[in-house]
Design a protein around this ligand. Structure first.
Ligand SMILES: Nc1ncnc2c1ncn2[C@@H]1O[C@H](COP(=O)(O)OP(=O)(O)O)[C@@H](O)[C@H]1O
Ligand SMILES: CC(C)(COP(=O)(O)O)[C@@H](O)C(=O)O
Length: 272
């Protein structure tokens, strides 16, 4: 058993998605597409007799992290640091679950393969109702397309092979669990149409166009987000949060004081 293990997990903004429920959480998930970010979450895990989770120094209730620790039957202190806001569509909960799973597997010599670690984090995230596709996307990096839902070996991923600057502006959170546990028929139909359109044009402009159509058709846009989307036709809304993002410089060009990062070229990594 080692002392502390640190893992970096990229943030993930979902552009479009459809919900695929299944009694078995490793087969449940979403199809869709998003961008992983160089702004992410660094998860530091230290084995400890009582589990504790902090985010930027403050204790937090984080069900998917608790779920990972339970599944691995370990207790630990998890200290996570991120520039990203929690609950605003950046997959912070998925990042914390995946970072915890990788770090715990290493610190406690659980002996799991990469796919098995991803499966543990995905199951905990899905069972907590905090996400459906963030974990598999964050394990891959880049601009992942989720062709089939679920953790490996069930889910299937592809990606848009491209890099970009990413700008984002956040107004606050949207409760992911309220949206994905409610009626998702309209949202999922919009997500399937948008994924088909993206696969016809798997480029960054194709992604933003599909994401904007999805955001409009899914009926989730809030007034603060809508006002920015009216101003910036290369921007869309992060699922699921009151966040606007663009690939390139659209937000700053329009005079918004946006945060800036890049598409992350890789998935979660151990920090040396
Ligand atoms: N202050 C907080 N704001 C939002 N979520 C919080 C907060 N403290 C704890 N949580 C928990 O964090 C999780 C956030 O999940 P989610 O909304 O999917 O966020 P994200 O989009 O960052 O992944 C939920 O389980 C929620 O209960
Ligand atoms: C959109 C969402 C269901 C939730 O994303 P977040 O709010 O960032 O946890 C995501 O996990 C996905 O499946 O695409």
């Amino acid at each position: 058993m080692t002392d502390a293990v640190e893992v970096f997990v990229p943030g993930h903004i979902t552009g479009l998605f459809s919900v695929h429920r299944h009694a078995d959480p490793e087969r449940a998930g979403s199809r869709g597409a998003g961008v992983t970010l160089t702004d992410g979450v660094t998860v530091a895990l230290t084995p400890a007799p009582d589990s504790l989770v902090t985010l930027n120094g403050d204790p937090v209730e984080m069900p998917p992290v608790a779920g990972v620790l339970d599944a691995l039957d370990v207790t630990a202190e998890i200290h996570a640091e991120t520039p990203l806001p929690l609950g605003a569509g950046f997959g912070v909960s998925g990042a914390m679950a995946l970072g915890t799973a990788y770090a715990a597997n290493a610190a406690f010599d659980c002996g799991k393969t990469d796919n098995a670690v991803i499966r543990v984090a995905h199951e905990a995230e899905v069972s907590s109702g905090t996400g459906l596709g963030d974990v598999v996307a964050q394990a891959r990096g880049g601009v992942p397309i989720r062709l089939e839902p679920g953790a490996p070996p069930h889910g299937r991923l592809d990606a848009i092979p491209a890099a970009a600057r990413v700008e984002y502006l956040t107004f606050g959170g949207l409760a992911t669990s309220d949206v994905i546990s409610g009626s998702t028929t309209e949202l999922s139909a919009a997500g399937e149409d948008a994924l088909t359109a993206l696969l016809d044009r798997p480029t960054l402009p194709g992604f933003i166009d599909a994401a904007r159509s999805f955001a409009r058709d899914a009926g989730v846009i809030t007034d603060d987000v809508a006002a920015v989307l009216d101003d910036v036709d290369t921007a869309s809304m992060a699922m699921l949060g009151r966040t606007v993002y663009t690939l390139g410089t659209g937000l700053t060009d329009a005079g918004y004081d946006a945060e800036t990062c890049r598409v992350h070229p890789a998935g979660a990594t151990f920090e040396e």
